[in-house]
Design a protein around this ligand. Sequence first.
Ligand code: ADP
Length: 191
Amino acid sequence: MNIVLFGPPGAGKGTQAARLKEKYGLAHLATGDMLRAAVAAGTELGRKVEKIMERGELVPDEMVVALIAERIEQPDCEKGFILDGFPRTLAQAEALDRMLAEHGKRIDAVIEIRVDDDRLIDRIRRRIAESGGARSDDNEETLKTRLEVYHRQTAPLLPYYRQRGVLYTVDGMQPIDEVTRQIEAILDRLR
Ligand code: ADP
């Protein structure tokens, strides 16, 4: 089972992914985490993306597509994976479909975790306060850019997946356990 967790920054994708990973034995592939690791390690990729990420903009498609292409070849992805933060553009979604098709695989479900912008702003403000700014893109200025980028570049993927009949939407403003329960209900029907 290969799934995409879809939603704006602060929707709770990472929290839900960690739970689903446990329950279904799926690999968790979070491009944001992978890019932050590259920045922390000071790799060539990390140096290229650092400033872009700090501004809250998207890094070039070819860079994240290359990261994911390499990652889904790893043995822990054989039984299935959860994509978190990817794809974020139509070009990424198309590249993903192509690389999966090459391996006779597909995306079985795209789970949209829907949260209103006001609620996201509150959540990320709280995350900034609690972490003391541990994430360099968690700040007031970047937050606005990240939300704009989501609406302009990423949300247009929803019709793409709806047309393919794999889109499911859950209300991400419910308690965390309830969101998990609803996602599990969707996935249990697919298994
Ligand atoms: P958020 O909490 O805002 O959803 P992520 O941790 O998923 O953040 O990503 C942080 C940053 O990493 C993004 O703002 C972007 O610069 C970069 N990034 C992550 N995934 C992608 C992607 N699929 N395409 C382009 N840029 C990405």
